[in-house]
Design a protein around this ligand. Structure first.
Ligand code: MN9
Length: 311
């Protein structure tokens, strides 16, 4: 482990939704309340402008404004990861520089998804271009093959990156390949930090020995996952399994209603309205809202969902 990675994340990092007004513009004033709610629900960090935050749908100026506002609102009480991935590596580099200048703790990046990277040296060189914008910030490569269509061998990447990417701290790993995730934890003499990103498989990741998790559902179901982690640490495997099953049932409902668009609507259900998704994601309709709320009630969601911090 190098100096850059000396502080390892223990616990949950939420990927907040970017709150939006009805016209799609960013609801900057709502960000403070979102951050306070994460803090009061035991969350350790935030991953801003990622998939959940609709970063790829935002302009560079909007991303900078949202990131700066989240960082200010966190006021050092949460670790802040700023996602800077962009189809233009130069824009990504500028986003990285902005994140460093505004006090982010980490940067993370996917790579361009239009012209996809084909080789590990190409991946390393592209990440180096982004990292040049923020030479003081640890960098996490964001591996999410289901969305990027990029699925290079992450073990080989970590083995080859050592020495070539001095700020590389690890990978935000969002894929169900648990054996590969575990191998990454031990690649390059265990130098790198692996943060797991498939919330409905958190228990499986715990079983591999991991202890840092980044995801969308920690925005609205943090108590459930904290109970899961506690049960696992106390050796109460059956209880941990029950908690995970609830998460699996919840994610099945989320998937039924279209994934991210449905999750953003769930924030309004818990009392912290983040508005609708913007195009190209399909706006959530009122009739879907009523029907999904009924489905969530049936699995007891409102008994173990996040409690909103009232100012
Ligand atoms: O990376 C998120 N993945 C996507 C994190 O956005 C594709 C996850 O937190 C999922 O939203 C979550 C529900 O499937 O596991």
């Amino acid at each position: 482990m190098n100096d850059m990675t000396a502080t390892r994340i223990q616990g949950l990092v939420a990927a907040p939704f970017t709150p939006m007004h009805a016209d799609g513009s960013i609801h900057t004033e709502r960000i403070h309340e979102i951050v306070q709610t994460l803090i009061s629900n035991g969350i350790k960090g935030m991953f801003v402008c990622g998939s959940t935050g609709e970063g790829p749908s935002m302009t560079t100026a909007e991303r900078m404004e949202a990131a700066a506002t989240f960082i200010r609102a966190a006021d050092k009480k949460l670790k802040v990861f700023v996602h800077v991935g962009h189809n233009s590596l130069q824009e990504a580099q500028q986003l990285a520089a902005h994140a460093q200048e505004h006090g982010a703790d980490f940067i993370s990046a996917t790579l361009p998804t239009y012209f996809k990277i084909q080789t590990i040296p190409g991946l390393i060189d592209s990440l180096a271009t982004i990292a040049a914008g923020a030479p003081r910030l640890p960098l996490f490569y964001y591996n999410i093959p289901a969305l990027t269509g990029i699925s290079l061998d992450m073990v080989a990447f970590l083995e080859q990156a050592a020495g070539k990417l001095p700020t590389l701290a690890g990978i935000k790993y969002t894929a169900p390949f648990m054996h590969d995730f575990q191998a990454c934890m031990h690649a390059s003499e265990g130098r790198y930090e692996l943060l797991y990103g498939t919330d409905e498989m958190l228990l499986s990741a715990l079983a591999t020995g991991s202890h840092g998790f980044i995801g969308s559902t920690y925005n609205f179901a943090a108590p459930l996952y904290l109970e899961l982690i506690q049960a696992f640490n106390d050796g109460q495997l059956q209880k941990a399994q029950q908690c995970q099953l609830r998460s699996v049932e919840m994610v099945r409902i989320i998937v039924k209603y279209g994934g991210l668009r449905a999750q953003k609507a769930m924030m309004r259900m818990i009392g912290l309205d983040c508005g609708n998704v913007r195009l190209p994601l399909q706006p959530f309709e009122e009739n879907e809202y009523i029907s999904m709320e009924k489905d969530l009630r049936a699995i007891g969601f409102f008994d173990w969902c996040t409690r909103v911090a009232k100012p």
